[in-house]
Ligand binder design. Structure first.
Ligand SMILES: C[S@@+](CC[C@H](N)C(=O)[O-])C[C@H]1O[C@@H](n2cnc3c(N)ncnc32)[C@H](O)[C@@H]1O
Ligand SMILES: [Zn+2]
Length: 396
């Protein structure tokens, strides 16, 4: 989630206390893309839950535990550190699942499952702003390593963090005309201060100036805590339109084992995570296809380990390695692009010629031709189903 304050340093006890606020849970439960993504991912994967032992790490009101029990789990251990655990027991009773769901109050780090039991599946909604804020992933990894059977499933099983250049009109326009007075210098100082702490806000997809680039891709089955200490990446992104380059927009996606993706991108249905903006103190006007380069670093704050310090350093695109292919207007990238297009055209021609030969062969063998068509249409159907599910989860 979360409703936990971005700026505040949260000592351990205060962190769990903040989750006793029912407003926070209402916000999360009422976040349809979030809750529906979990519901679809679990209910569409009944085979992974049927007669299995599940741990729900940070179960809150118990909603994910109920989804797992309804999907056929033999036993769900709903682990919750805060006093909300008491209310969760009522939720479980209200849904007549007390024989399946066992609520355990405590920090997951301090808990062993009854009779040394181990889980087949670990479910958790641990994501914070810009994915890592709140540091709850540490607790999930602790539970994975101690309480999940080797080879057990993680729900979700992959998390990706993205960044794209953007325009941030709400952080700029105000200062151009403050009741008729120009205050651009105040705006610059205000943004410089903000630059130190990223801004959680909704960013219009129209305000993105380039594609999303992967900052980090986390395999939740294998990642370890040391990997989460510091992440640093350099990007070169071609502006997809002319505009005012005012910052970098960061968002995340998580994927479930069925392939269903919960996205918090500006173009996806809105979630309570919104997006996170890293604002530049001064804007730059950019042309279409102009290369923009930066280095983005997320480093865990040694003083407040549930927080990350995010640093954005602008780089000179002339000095940096561009992706291949790159859609920027620099001569070297245009040349590479043209070369790759020619290669593709040549490959397409070769393929068309081979296809022509195959067609002739197929006419001689009708049975083989029929079965190939059937296989292809099956793949198509599967793809369509997956797309519908993804849209369904996002669109509710
Ligand atoms: C983001 S909420 C998710 C609640 C619920 N699973 C849902 O989806 O609505 C995270 C919950 O995990 C709990 N939590 C966080 N860290 C925990 C830990 N180390 N041990 C047990 N519970 C924890 C919090 O108190 C909070 O209720
Ligand atoms: Zn380029």
């Amino acid at each position: 989630m979360n409703g936990v304050d971005m700026a505040a340093d949260t000592p351990k006890e205060d962190y769990f206390k903040s989750y006793e606020d029912l407003e926070v849970h209402h916000l999360m439960l009422n976040d349809h893309p979030r809750t529906e993504a979990y519901r679809h991912a679990i209910s569409a994967n009944k085979a992974m839950f049927k007669d299995k032992v599940v741990i729900d790490v940070g179960a809150g009101t118990g909603i994910l535990s109920v989804f797992c029990a309804l999907a056929g789990a033999k036993k769900v251990y709903a682990i919750e550190a805060s006093n909300l655990a008491e209310l969760m027991k009522e939720v479980i009773k209200e849904n007549k699942l007390s024989d399946k769901v066992e609520v355990i109050q405590g920090r997951v780090e301090d808990i062993e499952l009854p009779n040394g039991d181990k889980a087949d599946v670990l479910v958790s909604e641990w994501m914070g702003f810009y994915l890592l804020h709140e540091g709850m992933l540490d607790s999930v990894l602790n539970a994975r390593d101690r309480l999940l059977k080797p080879g057990g499933s993680m729900f979700p099983d992959k998390a990706d963090l993205w960044a794209a250049p953007c325009c941030l009109p709400s952080l700029y326009d105000f200062w151009e005309d403050v009741h008729g007075v120009s205050m651009q210098c105040v705006g610059k100082a205000w943004r410089r201060k903000k630059g130190n702490s990223p801004e959680v806000m909704t960013i219009d997809p129209e305000d993105l100036l380039g594609a999303g680039n992967l900052v980090a891709s986390i395999n939740l089955a294998t990642v370890c805590m040391a990997d989460l200490e510091k992440m640093s990446v350099k990007h070169v992104v071609a502006a997809n339109s002319a505009g005012r380059y005012q910052g970098v927009c960061v968002w995340f996606t998580v994927r479930f084992p069925s392939g269903l993706v919960l996205s918090t991108a500006p173009s996806a249905p809105a979630t309570h995570w919104k997006q996170t903006a890293i604002v530049l103190p001064e804007e730059r006007t950019v042309e279409e296809a102009e290369p923009l380069a930066w280095e983005l670093t997320l480093a865990r704050d040694p003083e407040a380990t549930r927080h990350y310090n995010i640093e954005l350093v602008l780089l000179d695109p002339e000095e940096e390695k561009h992706p291949t292919p790159c859609s920027c207007h620099m001569t070297k990238c245009i040349v590479i692009r043209k070369f790759m297009e020619q290669q593709e055209d040549a490959e397409d021609e070769d393929f068309d010629e081979e296809e022509g030969e195959d067609d002739d062969e197929m006419e001689d063998d009708d049975e083989e031709y029929e079965s190939d068509v059937e296989m292809n249409s099956e793949k198509q159907d599967l793809n369509d189903t997956k797309k519908t599910k993804e849209n369904g989860a996002g669109g509710h």
